[in-house]
Design a protein. Structure first.
Length: 367
């Protein structure tokens, strides 16, 4: 077994990791194996990145032969015990289960139960289409941010190279194997700014300015929109723009703009307890039986779920489930829901902040 230590000079991370935990309690890991199944493959390299004495460091445990597997596990886990948070890329699906299976095979007592785990892949991948990227592989995300690698191999190609190394060890081949893992570790640190997109959809937003705009669309129709200028929880590493469900969002650095269609028209509020109402066809409205008993029987009928409503001409904002009640609809069978933009709501900046968070969440889920 060999252990290799590397200090990353002048290496900075453009993401506030302190929100997660103190820097010296964070441990990033990545492993290299000769296959996907622990029982039929070998673990030959564990890489870890950590912060110590004002610098980021990478430590690697390299198996110079197949028998070193147990030794690198026995050295890695006591080292990791000093940390509280384990950060990885898709490690929940591969790295961590693989290491646990290897511990069982070697009758080692190590577990990850005492760590708080953060999977970078799982935090970013739900917003893949929002980022306009075909997938969320680590190398794809590195390319998205313009990160260059010195390593030219992928993990699959290195399997044969490692087998050749065991038969005929050379420093040059060892360097290739270590470099791939080292670049994986550096890349993992360098794509951390993309966690700003996780924060965008999961941390509170602040509506700094809210205003209503009128404009003429492509068809020459007068339209109205709500424009919200937002303070984002974490500066974005990329400028993005997306249109979904009639809403438009653009974000750059720490500021976002969200445009939402405003509807000025008549809509209906449907009462749920329709059996307690009469429907007045001539007036096209439902009235509670306690106040409509004076209406001539010829001018009233028992209300149904579809006719138990009151009409109101006002200004409305869209919602895709119940964000705010009471909710309005154009007709009973319509799936489109709205809430009234009242004078009180216009003054409620905190509500607009929550509404912006709600809309972004819905936009992300439509991709």
């Amino acid at each position: 077994m060999r252990t290799i230590n590397q200090t990353l000079e002048n290496f900075t991370i453009q993401y506030p990791l302190e929100r997660i935990a103190p820097l010296d309690k964070l441990l990033f890991i990545d492993i290299e194996t000769t296959g996907f199944t622990a029982k039929s493959s070998s673990l030959y390299l564990i890489g870890a990145a950590y912060y110590y004495s004002g610098c980021w460091h990478i430590k690697q445990w390299f198996a110079t032969n197949y028998d070193d597997e147990k030794a690198i596990l026995k050295d890695f886990f006591p080292f990791a015990a000093d940390f509280t948070h384990l950060i990885h890329f898709n490690g929940n699906n591969f790295d961590l289960p693989y290491l646990l299976q290897k511990c069982e095979m070697h009758k080692l007592p190590y577990r990850f139960d005492d760590f708080e785990g953060i999977d970078i892949y799982k935090r970013i991948s739900p917003y893949k289409f929002f980022l306009h990227t075909p997938n969320c592989k680590q190398k794809t995300l590195e390319e998205l941010l313009g990160i260059d690698r010195e390593d030219v191999y992928n993990g699959g190609e290195l399997i044969g190279i490692y087998h050749d190394y065991v038969k005929n060890p050379t420093e040059e081949v060892c360097r290739f194997l270590l470099l791939h893992n080292s670049d994986d570790m550096k890349g993992m640190l360098q794509i951390l700014p993309l966690l700003a997109f996780y924060d965008l959809f999961n941390c509170p937003l602040k509506a700094k300015k809210v205003q209503s705009n009128r404009y003429v669309d492509y068809h020459g129709h007068d339209k109205q929109e709500l424009l919200m200028k937002l303070e984002l929880p974490t500066p974005l590493p990329l400028t993005i723009a997306n249109l979904s469900n009639g809403c438009y969002f653009s974000g750059e650095a720490g500021e976002g703009i969200l445009k939402v269609p405003v509807y000025e028209e008549e809509m209906k509020y449907f009462y749920s307890n329709y059996k307690d109402y009469y429907y007045l066809p001539k007036e096209d409205v439902a009235l509670h039986k306690s106040v409509s008993s004076f209406v001539d029987k010829e001018h009233r009928t028992q209300a149904s779920a579809a006719t138990c409503y009151t009409r109101k001409y006002s200004t409305y904002l869209p919602q895709w489930d119940i964000f705010k009640e009471p909710f309005f609809k154009r007709d009973y069978k319509s799936k489109d829901l709205f809430f009234e933009l009242t004078d009180d709501i216009k003054k409620d900046r905190e509500l607009f902040s929550r509404y912006a968070q709600y809309l972004l969440g819905k936009m992300a889920k439509t991709y």
